[in-house]
Design a protein. Structure first.
Length: 78
């Protein structure tokens, strides 16, 4: 089964909340006005937030990434 990785550059988030509108299961707005990727861990090398997902969530997360005006979300094959 194909696995995917959501990579979220939180420092670049402008708080548009488009990701949360598309996928409230995995995204929510944090008190500081930036998005939060639920269940993500921080990659110590890059500082990016990462979350592995399966193929069932891929399309929704790709749409969330495409809806982000700052382009701080990517979904890649793991």
């Amino acid at each position: 089964m194909t696995r995917y990785l959501i990579i979220f550059k939180r420092k670049e988030c402008i708080g548009a909340a488009a990701c949360e509108a598309v996928s409230p299961k995995l995204w929510r707005m944090h008190g500081d006005g930036k998005a939060e990727l639920k269940g993500a861990t921080v990659n110590p090398r890059t500082g990016d937030y990462e979350l592995e997902i399966d193929a069932a969530l891929f399309e929704e997360q790709r749409t969330a990434a495409e809806s982000c005006p700052s382009g701080c979300i990517r979904v890649v094959e793991a």
